[in-house]
Structures are given as structure tokens and as C-alpha cells.
Write a protein that binds this ligand. Structure first.
Ligand SMILES: Cc1ncc(C[n+]2csc(CCOP(=O)(O)OP(=O)(O)O)c2C)c(N)n1
Length: 346
């Protein structure tokens, strides 16, 4: 049965969350932006190996969804994964150590930006393969169902990843088996250097509806709207009512990756300025918090300053931290096996 796409925009009424919950959402969004600013500086200073894909501009998506989850719930992430990692509860120190290839990083420095994982908070990992985590997320949801556990898995991916056949295999299984998984498509308008409408025919939500999956399109720059809807869908997943599909309309401020500087051949400066000036998720939420009398400007400035300081200290810590020893080269790469057992075919 096909359900109609529901478009969600938040009404400007007061939210039912506590001051603490509101400020936590604000803090988490600023922590993502600040992490990214520092990661960009590390890259530009030649201190970070490899590339990184910035999440700035998309913070309300990761935070709105992850604030609806607990540590027992799982997420899978993408090549643009810093935002998901921070939003799911990761620490700056282990994250910066990971980006710089240091032993104290979440993956002992071997994953870097595009393979960062934080199992302690249920982040099953970023993935450099576009769409590559869709099977992992659906498998995680199948595990929960088979074991009778009530955790939910959120699968983050970009609009470009809807071109991957795997999505259609896993949506079919998830729908047939009523798995507790939420497919969260971050539609930032581009797949590398190509506009979404040039690579994706028809409607993105209709793809999920074809499998009988309830699908929603939502303003991904409105953290409260994303959080409100996510909480409802997570609760319904726990009740066996999953899966669901979300298309979150958002925008990335930087280039596709940190090296993508001259972008005018595929998108205009005017367009970038419009999103930054008029639709920024942090500025919007900050203004709303002040307007509603939930926080004062000086309180917000103090939070911003604290986050900046935390990042500065974590970067200094990571820069001074040790690299893994040579003896770690094949650690966590090969499974421990007993040759005698293997030979016996057991
Ligand atoms: C299987 C695969 N094909 C191609 C690439 C190269 N690639 C990296 S990111 C990207 C675009 C992804 O676009 P989207 O899914 O919309 O995510 P966004 O970068 O916009 O967040 C491509 C094609 C890849 N990493 N993996």
C-alpha cells in the first residue's frame, strides 16, 4: 500500500522541551560547526592527511535526529560524517586524534575522517562508499528485531546515494520484515558537482513509497521540526511500526570536499549567501531561543566561547598525541584465527 508523502514544517508555537534540552540541541549544533572549522584549519595547515568533507550547514539534520535517540540506538554515517559523529555523543579529543592518525583516536588513527566510528555511542561508522552503510543499517535493524531488542537504527545518506541499487534492496527487506530502521536522506541539493535534479528523476520520497514505506519531506534547517518528527518515528519504530523514510532539505556551505574551492561553475555565490544568511540552522535557532526567552544572548555567547575553548584544547592534545606503533599495522584488520582449527575445517 502506498502512503502519500507528508511535508512537515514546524508551526512557530512554543516547543514542549525543557530549557536544558533546547540548549543541548543548540550546543550540539555549534559543536559540529566548531569541529569543522578546526578540521578545515588543520587541513589548510597541512597537518591532516587526506581529504575531509565538511558538514557545516547541515547541523540541524544530525542533531534533530540524534537527540531523538539513546546510546542503545544505532546510526550509520557517510563520507560527510563528522556531524553525525558529534551529534551521537562523540568526544572532541578522540575525534581530532582520529583525524590526525593518532593512537588515541576512535579507530586508533586508522580510520580518519571517512571511517570514523564510535561504538560506545552506537555510531557504527562513516563510510567512504556512497550508500555503503545502507546494508549495515538494515542488518542492524534486523538484529534488533531477531533479538527482541527495542533499539532503532538510523541510516544517514545523501541524495546522490539514492542512485545506488542497494537502497532498493534494503528498503524492500525493511518493508517486508517491518524493521526498526529510519532511512534519512540528507538532500543538500548536490551530488559532488552536479545538481540533484540532474541525477535524480521524479521524487525522492516516492522511491520509498513504492515499497509501502511512509515517507516525509522536511525542512532540514529547522532543528525543532526535525527533532519533533524524529521522536514520533523512533517511538513508532520501537512499537514495530517501522521502517520510515525522511528526506531532509538542507545545504552544505563548503565545497564537496575541502579541496573544492572554486565552485562557481556548478553553483553561484548568491545561492550560497542566501542559504548562509537566511536559512542557517544555528542562527535561526539562536534567534528563536532569544525571542522565546529561553536563553539570553550572553548565555549563548558563553556557550559558544566554551565550545571554542574545548576545541582548541582538543586540537592541541591531538597534535601532541602519539602515533600508533608499527606493531599495530595489522591490528583490527585480520580476524584472529587458529590455523589448526581452519585446517580441520571446523
Ligand atoms: C560507490 C561510490 N561511487 C562514487 C563515489 C565518489 N563520490 C564521493 S561523494 C559522492 C557524491 C555523494 O553525493 P550525496 O550522496 O548526495 O552526498 P553529499 O556529498 O552531497 O553529502 C560521490 C559520487 C564514492 N565514494 N562511492
Amino acid at each position: 500500500m502506498t502512503s502519500k508523502t507528508k511535508t512537515r514544517t514546524r508551526t512557530k508555537t512554543a516547543s514542549s522541551l525543557s530549557k536544558e534540552e533546547h540548549l543541548r540541541m543548540y550546543t550540539q549544533m555549534v559543536r559540529i560547526r566548531t569541529f569543522e572549522d578546526n578540521a578545515n584549519q588543520l587541513y589548510l595547515a597541512g597537518k591532516m592527511q587526506g581529504l575531509t568533507h565538511m558538514y557545516s550547514g547541515e547541523e540541524a539534520v544530525a542533531v534533530g535526529i540524534c537527540e531523538a535517540l539513546t546510546d542503545s540506538d544505532r546510526i550509520t554515517s557517510t563520507h560527510r560524517g563528522h556531524g553525525h559523529c558529534v551529534a551521537k555523543g562523540a568526544n572532541y579529543k578522540e575525534m581530532f586524534c582520529e583525524l590526525l592518525g593518532k593512537q588515541e583516536g576512535y579507530c586508533r588513527g586508522k580510520g580518519g575522517s571517512m571511517h570514523i566510528a564510535d561504538q560506545s555511542h552506537g555510531n557504527l561508522g562513516a563510510n567512504a562508499i556512497v550508500g555503503g552503510s545502507m546494508g549495515i543499517a538494515t542488518g542492524s535493524a534486523l538484529r534488533a528485531k531477531l533479538l527482541g531488542q527495542d533499539d532503532v537504527t538510523v541510516c544517514f545518506f545523501g541524495d546522490g546515494a539514492t542512485a545506488q541499487g542497494l537502497l532498493y534492496e534494503v528498503m524492500n527487506m525493511a518493508a517486508l520484515w517491518k524493521l526498526p530502521v529510519i532511512f534519512a536522506c540528507e538532500n543538500n541539493g548536490y551530488s559532488e558537482y552536479t545538481k540533484t535534479e540532474e541525477i535524480a528523476a521524479g521524487s525522492i520520497t516516492a522511491r520509498a513509497e513504492a515499497f509501502g514505506i511512509e515517507a516525509f519531506q522536511i525542512d532540514g534547517q529547522d532543528v525543532l521540526a526535525v527533532n519533533e518528527l524524529s521522536k514520533k518515528l523512533v517511538a513508532r519504530c520501537r512499537d514495530g511500526d517501522g521502517p520510515f523514510f525522511l528526506e531532509l532539505m538542507t545545504y552544505r556551505y563548503h565545497g564537496h570536499h575541502v579541496g573544492d574551492i572554486n565552485r562557481e561553475y556548478y553553483r553561484s555565490k548568491k545561492e550560497e549567501a542566501d542559504w548562509k544568511e537566511n536559512r542557517d540552522p544555528i542562527i535561526r535557532f539562536r534567534s528563536w531561543l532569544v525571542e522565546q526567552g529561553i536563553a539570553k544572548e550572553d548565555e549563548i555567547e558563553a556557550l559558544n566561547a566554551q565550545i571554542k575553548q574545548d576545541a582548541k584544547e582538543a586540537v592541541a592534545y591531538a597534535e601532541a598525541a602519539a602515533y600508533p606503533g608499527l606493531e599495530e599495522v595489522d591490528m583490527h584488520v585480520y580476524a584472529e584465527t587458529d590455523p589448526a582449527t581452519l585446517q580441520a575445517g571446523k
